[in-house]
Ligand binder design. Structure first.
Ligand SMILES: [Zn+2]
Ligand SMILES: [Zn+2]
Length: 147
């Protein structure tokens, strides 16, 4: 298991290396996503960002999230309500657990899908090259709160 926390400094230098001008609103957005332990949708990023940067615009939020996704720093995840949210990208081959109630995200490595994938490949005739796994449920804290 690993926490989703990531270094916003690394991200900012990656963006700068790709010729991206680091304005204050962009910096604020990067810091919010990098430090978040839950997937955030653009409106949530916008709300959080306005506290630190009152002039922040929603368009800037969308564009910055797209740019971070292009650079492979964040990934889009599916949420129980069918909407998309953003979370820092996995380190190597990691899968995601998402809490349906509070949105907490946890990464885990290691899966035992080999026999399943072999069977699916055999039955479908596909050569399977990659997979993407996202599990939904209730985190320990939310399970405690329903009891
Ligand atoms: Zn939860
Ligand atoms: Zn896997």
């Amino acid at each position: 298991m690993s926490t989703p926390f990531s270094s916003s400094k690394d991200w900012l230098s990656r963006l700068a290396n790709h010729g991206y001008r680091l304005t204050e609103p962009r910096r604020v957005i990067v810091e919010i996503i990098a430090a978040s332990d839950r997937a955030l949708n653009p409106l949530e990023v916008f709300d959080l960002g306005r506290d630190a940067c009152p002039g922040l615009g929603l368009v800037t939020v969308y564009r910055t999230l797209e740019k971070l996704e292009d650079l492979g720093l964040v990934q889009r995840v599916h949420q129980a309500d069918g909407c998309h949210a953003y979370l820092r990208a996995a380190n190597g081959h990691e899968h995601i657990l998402l809490c349906n109630q509070c949105g907490q995200a946890v990464f885990f490595a290691g899966d035992d899908l080999t026999s399943l994938l072999e069977r699916v490949a055999r039955q479908s005739g596909f050569e399977i090259q990659e997979h993407w796994l996202q599990l939904h449920g209730l985190c320990a804290r939310c399970r405690d709160s329903v009891r």
